[in-house]
Design a protein around this ligand. Structure first.
Ligand code: PMV
Length: 375
């Protein structure tokens, strides 16, 4: 089969139309979500997705987009251990990377900018008209503009292991992976701080008014204490021992932007009440830093429970999160709380070493769960 660049203009136009149809037709969307479900259910391992999609793409004449295990630029997923929502109003938060990441690479293309997210069945040409850009396109367009690459041709391929909208920092990790891939391909020499700053701008598109905690963990990939001051600052988290946590995913997509807006509205109506809750959360975070320094897991668990109680009061928990938290408590968790924006998404539980089989019980109840070591 002739390569794309050897085709006549007419054939190129036809292929481009096919590519667009694949990403925008109902069939493409159905294929994308069916595929996502297979991955979520564990029927298809993440590393196999490229193998499954490749023959389909080859059949309709698209270039191969395969996660061949080659070293790629990466952005880390994260959990927030303490302080979500309050961090938007200047309180401190504790966050840590998890062993799920987004990897990306930029490959040569001579026909405009293409975005490929094989796991989600998305392959589309970047629209120049910003009013028509999808949530996949807008951050990429912003980055190309900021980096002076808008008139270059390329294909940006993104491979994500982080489930979407599960409060695990997927959007920030995508941004960081793309920035690092552009940096590598075009040899831009970006510093970590520059990567972090650009990822923050992408987060503003995704979430409106982010605190910056997600992009900071996605960039630096280490447990940290974050504070959104005029110039956002973070310190490495002083931990003496790793701790075992289970992440329980509700499967219900939580919109961080919506939850942050809901909390802002609550604060507008009851400013002193909300501010006192945020101050309490800040105090809990301070105590948690000390508990982590002393490796006092019982105290840490109690503080997680207290933090969750306050998050419930500002209305960001959900039925599924509460069910997962109940499962954790009934299986010996020191503590449990929602993590991230809430309204769905994920929760975390702190467990004795070995995890007490909690992840399995959560899976039996129909949720996804994974055990992680923090620190
Ligand atoms: O839902 P996530 O993973 O994007 O986390 C959001 C954390 C918030 O504190 C609710 C918002 C923010 O920007 O810090």
């Amino acid at each position: 089969m002739p390569s794309f660049r050897d085709l006549s203009e007419k054939e190129k136009a036809r292929k481009n139309r096919d590519r667009h149809l694949l990403s925008s037709s109902p069939t493409g969307e159905v294929f994308g979500s069916a595929f996502e479900e297979l991955v979520e259910s564990g029927e298809i391992e993440i590393w196999k997705t490229g193998e499954v999609i490749s023959p389909v793409r080859a059949e309709i004449g698209l270039p191969r987009v395969v996660d061949d295990g080659a070293e790629m630029a990466a952005g880390h997923g994260k959990i927030i251990l303490f302080g979500e929502h309050a961090v938007v109003y200047g309180s401190r938060a504790i966050a840590a990377p998890i062993p799920l990441a987004v990897r990306a690479r930029v490959v040569g293309e001579n026909d405009g900018v293409w975005l490929a997210y094989p796991r989600w069945g998305v392959e589309q040409r970047l629209q120049r008209d910003s009013t028509r850009q999808t949530s996949f396109e807008a951050p990429a367009a912003l980055l190309l503009g900021e980096l002076g690459l808008s008139d270059r041709s390329m294909r940006i391929e993104v491979f994500s292991e982080i489930p979407r909208a599960m409060g695990l920092g997927g959007s920030a990790a995508v941004a960081v992976a793309i920035i690092r891939a552009l940096d590598r391909h075009f040899e831009l020499g970006l510093s970590d701080d520059a990567v972090n700053g650009l990822a923050f701008q992408c987060e503003c598109i995704a979430h409106g008014t982010p605190s910056g905690v997600d992009n900071t963990v996605a960039t630096f990939g280490q447990p940290l204490i974050y504070c959104k001051t005029d110039t956002p600052s973070f310190q490495p988290l002083p931990m003496t021992q790793p701790i075992t946590m289970v992440i329980g995913m509700t499967g219900v997509e939580g919109s961080t932007a919506e939850m942050v807006t809901q909390v802002r509205e609550g604060r507008r109506l009851y400013p002193s009440l909300y501010d006192s809750i945020f101050r309490e959360i800040n105090g809990i975070t301070q105590n948690a830093i000390e508990a982590l320094e002393q490796n006092n897991v019982e105290k840490l668990g109690e503080l997680m429970n207290l933090n969750h109680g306050l998050l419930r009061r500002i209305g960001v928990s959900s039925r599924e999160l509460e069910e997962l938290i109940r499962i954790a408590h009934s299986h010996g968790a020191y503590g449990a709380k929602l993590t991230g924006g809430g309204g769905g998404g994920s929760m975390i539980a702190l467990l004795p070493d070995g995890g007490n089989g909690v992840a399995e019980v959560m899976r039996d109840a129909g949720y996804r769960a994974m055990e992680v070591q923090i620190g």
